[in-house]
Design a protein around this ligand. Structure first.
Ligand SMILES: Nc1nc2c(ncn2[C@@H]2O[C@H](COP(=O)(O)OP(=O)(O)OP(=O)(O)O)[C@@H](O)[C@H]2O)c(=O)[nH]1
Ligand SMILES: Nc1nc2c(ncn2[C@@H]2O[C@H](COP(=O)(O)OP(=O)(O)OP(=O)(O)O)[C@@H](O)[C@H]2O)c(=O)[nH]1
Ligand SMILES: [Mg+2]
Ligand SMILES: [Mg+2]
Lengths: 278, 291
């Protein structure tokens, strides 16, 4: 710590344990420590309680506008929602949960089974369709994801469905061809329905470390992201990387996943999130 | 890269002649930052850097004309040592079948890795049988069946939907039909889910499993120590498969997992296709973690 700051090395260590341990990351942790040192400069000493309060305030300052944006419904039908992200983060399961939520709001929902690559991906989303009472538009494994999307938009439009949720294959952001495939799907949607896709949700696994920031940057840059969903927060991981993501990219955090059943989706609440970090 | 950062740090201090304890302290700070940015757990970093500092204050570095390079070499060697020096193989029972159980958190790549291992073993001339005990995830049994069809390798199926019974039936079948290895896919689970961790203990016990492989995602952050330690405590791991290394995650979780469980990393996953499985090389991962 700097020489005039009353924050002791022990307090800094405690602070770092909380923030680093939550995956907030080195850079953001250093910035928060720096801010706390600035705010307490000139004090004779600062209590652990004050340090915690200052961390809480700083985290809230970063996160408090992140959950507030309303989903951009604009009366077009269907609203098209893409769910994207790297492999295994919980996209398909989250789609089941989103459908359940939308239906509880009185909306009709259909799915586009646009993960045509992975073994049993289509079977998996079809089971979520059965569980939630949503039609699934599908083709065979190996078909073109954009072609399935095209069919799904046509079918959803014909049946006046309110929301079409598009399941996509997991993809590592460093794979240029896969990111191009996603961008092609975005163009297909935009061509069919003006302002589509109305939402592109990036799903992040709460256990992810610093790579989560790179994922957010790359997906944002490549095809755009309108919101984040952080899954597996029912585990012991804190998902602190979203602090760095929000700070740098200001993408709204919409929902969190807290389990494997259809009801385990909650709107993001910065207060609850900050308290679990502290 | 770390070596560039260290060279820069030590160049800035060059005016003081030979490298001093202060130079080493500054270098340790750079190394700590690099490891934290690579997702190594902060407690593991603290211990690692403390041990490193002691060695860096030794004769080799202090007398060296190129202390920066000396320190980089020291860090790399220490990392490789920690990660397990040499490749570590699967252990097979003298009397087949050998049961290999794949365990881990949700979505880490267990089912895909089961297929990859089956292909790997088959190419080595062994006869693997796969079985899924994941009766929870939608289409999990379909997933392994489809993988078996794609690989043209057998998957055991039965009417049972009890994971422990499924494991038992598969083991009996593999023994009767002369398979060399039984690969057991399990459902993803949280290490804090006591009921499911107990189920895993029962599956392991049922198979007197030779190999219990933790399948862990290379992009895992600080939490890697928590889940790995608990899986190891409950069911004693024999190896780790680190997946999704075809991404750009630095993979520091590997160091955390190794340090906290002492378990060797045996394989890495480097893609979604079934051929994307490699034997683990500690020196390659050390280079990647250091960046
Ligand atoms: N505990 C917990 N598990 C979750 C959560 N969300 C998803 N999962 C589990 O994570 C695993 C992967 O979920 P999927 O929905 O298949 O993930 P995905 O992103 O669609 O995976 P790919 O399509 O293969 O890239 C499954 O076992 C899910 O049940 C969550 O919020 N909490
Ligand atoms: N890029 C990449 N993807 C991988 C790798 N290993 C697995 N995957 C992908 O990760 C996702 C999850 O793989 P699964 O095999 O379903 O994971 P799991 O651990 O069985 O998931 P649960 O059973 O739900 O816990 C799939 O999309 C796989 O194709 C890898 O090494 N690299
Ligand atoms: Mg999926
Ligand atoms: Mg699985």
């Amino acid at each position: 710590g700097s020489s005039e700051s009353p924050v002791t090395p022990e307090q800094i260590e405690e602070l770092e344990a909380i923030l680093l341990g939550a995956d907030v990351g080195v850079q953001t942790t250093l910035e928060i420590v720096g801010k706390i040192e600035d705010e307490t400069r000139g004090n004779r000493f600062v209590t652990s309680h004050q340090v915690k309060r200052l961390i809480r305030e700083e985290l809230h300052r970063i996160l408090d506008n992140s959950g507030s944006a309303e989903e951009s419904g604009n009366g077009e039908r269907p609203q098209v929602v893409f769910v994207v992200g790297v492999n295994g983060v919980g996209k398909t399961t989250t789609i089941g949960k989103l459908a359940h939520l939308y239906k509880s709001e009185g909306k009709s929902v259909s799915f586009s089974a646009s993960d045509t690559f992975r073994a049993a991906a289509i079977e998996q989303i079809c089971i979520w369709g059965e569980r939630t009472g949503c039609q699934v538009i599908r083709q065979e494994q190996g078909s073109d994801p954009a072609a399935v999307l095209f069919d799904a938009i046509a079918a959803s439009r014909a049946q006046n469905v309110d929301v079409l949720i598009v399941d996509t294959a997991g993809r590592i952001h460093t794979k240029h061809n896969l990111m191009q495939e996603l961008e092609k799907m975005r163009r297909v949607a935009a061509r069919e329905i003006e302002a589509a896709p109305h939402e592109i949700f990036l799903v992040l696994d709460a256990t992810t470390g610093q790579n989560g920031l790179i994922q957010a940057r790359e997906f944002l840059r490549s095809s755009g992201i309108t919101g984040l969903i952080v899954t597996k927060l029912d585990g012991t991981a804190k998902g602190g990387i979203i602090v760095a993501i929000t700070k740098e990219l200001s993408i709204p955090i919409r929902y969190i996943g807290v389990g494997e059943t259809v009801e385990d989706l909650l709107p993001f609440d910065p207060t609850v999130f900050v308290e679990t970090i502290l | 890269s770390l070596s560039e950062r260290l060279q820069k740090t030590l160049r800035n201090l060059k005016g003081e002649g030979r490298v001093s304890e202060r130079h080493v302290q500054e270098s340790m700070r750079e190394i700590r930052m690099a490891l934290l940015e690579a997702d190594v757990n902060f407690k593991v970093v603290k211990e690692f850097v403390a041990g490193l500092k002691t060695k860096a204050l030794g004769e080799e570095v202090l007398k060296s004309l190129t202390p920066g390079q000396q320190i980089v070499k020291l860090v790399r060697d220490e990392l490789v040592e920690l990660l397990g020096k040499e490749p570590s193989e699967l252990e097979f029972k003298k009397v087949p079948p050998t049961a290999v159980v794949l365990v881990g958190l949700q979505g880490s790549g267990k089912t895909t890795s089961t297929g990859k291992l089956a292909r790997w073993l088959s190419l080595q001339g062994r006869r693997p049988l796969m079985v899924s005990t994941d009766v929870y995830r939608p289409a999990a049994l379909d997933q392994l069946r489809i993988i078996g069809e794609a690989l043209q390798l057998p998957v055991f199926e039965s009417e049972s939907r009890d994971p422990v019974q499924l494991a038992r039936e598969a083991f009996t079948h593999s023994r009767n039909m002369g398979f060399d290895v039984l690969l057991v896919d399990t459902a993803g689970r949280l290490h804090i889910d006591d009921a499911l961790m107990t189920e895993l203990e029962q599956i392991r016990h049922e198979l007197s499993a030779e190999e219990v492989l933790l399948v862990a995602d290379a992009m895992t952050g600080q939490d890697a120590v928590n889940s790995a330690a608990e899986f190891n405590r409950r069911i004693h791991l024999s190896g780790v498969i680190l997946t999704k290394l075809d991404g750009d995650a630095r993979g520091g979780a590997a160091l955390s997992i190794r340090e906290v469980t002492g378990t060797p990393i045996k394989f890495i996953g480097v893609g979604e296709k079934y051929e994307a499985l490699e034997v683990f090389h500690p020196d390659r991962l050390a280079g990647r973690i250091l960046g």
